[in-house]
Design a protein around this ligand. Structure first.
Ligand code: MOS
Length: 694
């Protein structure tokens, strides 16, 4: 076996795995250079207002402190594309935790001490950080995040609901959530004359470079952004963050290389969060459990810095056949930190609410919840009327039910117990759109028989470089070990970020094209290769951004078994089982990691993760991993992911759909539905902590 037949789909090991586990992989804070300085930001201590004075003298008097930057002395920058990056440009404080200063010092300790010594005075104004569905400032935006229309409507949802035989009208609430990647947002910047080089912990170097060029008014060719290893992002590193702007600014002001590693406790206010969502769902059903009306309305918040509207009603446009359908988003601008992308923005909280409500409807109808979903399978995408490129939700439900042992389940709540524990099981469906963007890549055949493939992918812990190498080996028809790959360098060329579950499809498409072209060139060439080899480039603009006549989405089904302790109120997840239909799976090992990682993140959302906006102070109460509880190993006993092989010709040359986010979608609903089955109590607000459950 040459390996060429099985290279796509094979469980290839991560190319950087050894470096990571031996501690030799370098992250953005670890690019030391002679004279490198460290910086520590100063967060605003009021929820709204303006800075009236900054006394930097006590900080500057400390040993090792090199500079204190504030809005009074920081360089004026060009307007950023993202207004959350207009740092130290004005005395205004739009929310608590907004950076009002930066201390640069010889060491991290000196920078931190300096930041503590800076004295800032404010003129505070009244603030409002409390989201309610009836908030007088709520409005319907032009569009939701992702460019989705804020409102869609088909038929007469209110009339159809009013005349439905079975009606469910319920409200769900998902709190703010935080991404909290293991590696905080960090950048090391260095200026050499007019050239800027930045090592940044980012999900995409092209976007960072473009923003730095805009803000520092330097041509993009004079900026190099590198992100060789990134310790997670979950969306929060999908756009440039304050660390990179502050590092570049401080490096220019001090003439030193500067590292800005944002302290964990400052992250919640400055790198985005999943906005809280208030959901109202109205489901009407007729004979046989068929939906007659489906209304999903969402109210969320945004900051006063920019509008970000969590697109949580969007999955209801995809899931179920209902002759009358309305989805609507409203947003309330508050004095809160700016929300942003967090793993499956929209789908994740939206499907929690929709799939919980579907479970309620099944109970109401006395129908099995797997069956209810199957009865409501649409022929075409409900909102657009487009045919699906492939949709195997029913197969996922069947396969999951079979593997989980769903058959024979006693549907009566509270019917299973073991000592003080109540035992329950639940199901929920999942969906995530297929996204893909144009990308550049190159491939070079070398005289030693190897191939060098370059694509500006970012590997945020997913195995991106490994799967891109597999795509190359497959297209070249060579064993995987003949392919070398270079990624995460803005000089390689344009690439979209690692986000929207689109990375592999986007980078892989360009890699595939470059390798196919190279194969063509090699076929025309005779004799030994020249020293520099033979190369081919590709750019998928025009192909990867073409409008598809198909509705393209991944689907999945989650099954959960939980225990609820009647003494302590503690919910534990005994088993999570997911079956996904996500096109062709390109690497069985890394795909499984993505699926179970997403499912585990959904488990955290269901049981422990909770950011609270403090009404008095205006920012998040939980600001570190001691108070924001992500699942630990002991919380995750058995998580299984399986998939259905899909052969879908309407995607990209690899036939893949994207797997980074579908695992989290629906996972929390399956847990919540299992808790209802265990207890007979429907909790409609996450997380299901003991104080709520008991
Ligand atoms: Mo993900 S939230 O699209 O990085």
């Amino acid at each position: 076996m040459t390996g060429t037949e099985t290279v796509l789909g094979a469980p290839a090991e991560r190319r950087e795995g050894r470096e990571k586990v031996t501690g030799t992989a370098r992250y953005a804070a670890e690019y030391d250079a002679p004279g490198r300085a460290q910086a520590w930001p100063v967060p605003a201590a009021v929820a709204r207002g303006r800075v009236t004075g900054v006394d930097t003298a006590p900080a500057l008097a400390l040993p090792g402190v090199l500079a204190v930057l504030t809005h009074e002395n920081a360089p004026r920058l060009g307007d950023p594309d993202d207004p959350t990056l207009a740092l130290l440009q004005s005395p205004q404080v739009p929310h608590r935790g907004w950076f009002v200063g930066l201390v640069v010092a010889e060491t991290l300790e000196a920078a931190r001490a300096g930041a503590a010594a800076v004295r800032v005075t404010y003129e505070a104004e009244g603030h409002d950080v409390t989201l309610t569905a009836a908030h007088p400032k709520a409005y319907v935006p032009e569009s939701a995040n992702g460019g989705f229309p804020a409102v869609t409507e088909h038929g007469d949802p209110d009339g159809a609901f009013a005349s439905s035989a079975t009606r469910l009208d319920v409200e769900y609430r998902v709190p703010p959530l935080h991404n909290h990647p293991m590696e905080p947002h960090t950048s090391t910047a260095r200026w050499d004359g007019g050239r800027l080089t930045v090592h940044s912990s980012s999900q995409g170097t092209s976007a960072v470079r473009a923003e730095l060029a805009r803000m520092f008014e330097v041509p993009e060719e004079r900026i190099t952004v590198l992100a060789e290893h990134v310790g997670g992002g979950f969306g929060s590193k999908g756009t440039p963050r304050p660390d990179v702007v502050l590092a570049a600014m401080a490096a220019r002001e001090t003439g030193r290389p500067v590292t800005v590693a944002l302290p964990r406790r400052y992250l919640p206010a400055v790198v985005g969060h999943r906005a809280p969502t208030l959901h109202r769902l109205r489901l009407g059903a007729g004979t046989g459990g068929r939906l007659t009306s489906l209304v999903h309305e969402v109210t969320t918040h945004t900051s006063r810095v920019k509008e970000f509207v969590e697109q949580a009603a969007v999955p209801a446009r995809v899931m179920y056949a209902a002759p009358a359908l309305r989805t609507r988003h409203r947003v309330v601008p508050l004095d809160v930190p700016t929300p942003s992308w967090m793993r499956a923005p929209g789908e994740c909280p939206g499907m929690y609410a929709l799939e919980s409500a579907m479970d309620e409807l099944a109970v109401e109808l006395g129908m099995d919840p797997v069956e209810l979903r199957i009865r409501n399978e649409p022929e075409t995408e409900p909102d657009s009327g487009k045919p699906f490129s492939s949709r195997h939700l029913v197969e996922c439900l069947h396969e999951g039910a079979r593997r989980f042992g769903w058959e024979g389940r006693d549907p009566r709540p509270g019917s299973r117990s073991a000592g003080p524990l109540l035992v329950g099981s639940g199901v929920a469906a999942a969906t995530y759109p297929v996204l893909v963007s144009p990308c550049a890549a190159s491939a070079r055949a070398l005289p030693d028989g190897g191939f060098l493939v370059r694509v500006n992918a970012t590997d945020i812990g997913t195995g991106a470089r490994t799967v891109c190498a597999q795509v190359a080996a497959d297209a070249l028809g060579v064993p995987l070990d003949r392919v070398r790959i270079e990624v995460a360098d803005s000089d390689i060329g344009f690439a979209p970020m690692a986000g929207g579950s689109s990375g592999t499809a986007s980078w892989g498409w360009a890699v595939h094209e470059a390798c196919v072209r190279l194969t063509g060139r090699l076929a025309e060439h005779s004799g030994p290769l020249p020293d520099e080899g033979i190369a081919a480039d590709a750019d998928t603009s025009g192909a990867a951004d073409a409008e598809s006549p198909f509705a393209r989405h991944a689907f999945g089904a989650h099954f959960a078994e939980v225990t609820v302790d009647t003494v302590s109120g503690e919910v534990r997840v005994r088993r999570l089982l997911g079956v996904f239909a996500a096109g062709r799976i390109l690497n069985a090992r890394t795909a499984r990691s993505q699926f179970i990682g997403g499912m585990t993140m959904g488990l955290g959302m269901a049981l422990t993760e909770d950011s609270t906006v403090d009404p008095a102070f205006g920012d998040f109460t939980e600001s570190d991993l001691a108070s924001y509880h992500v699942p630990a190993h002991a919380d995750v006993s058995a998580v299984e992911a399986h998939w259905i092989d899909e052969d879908d010709a309407h995607l990209n040359p690899m036939g893949s759909k994207g797997i980074g986010e579908i695992g989290i979608v629906g996972s929390a609903a399956a847990v919540g539905n299992a808790v209802h089955h265990a207890t007979g109590i429907r909790f409609r607000e996450l997380p299901l902590t003991p104080d709520r459950v008991l």
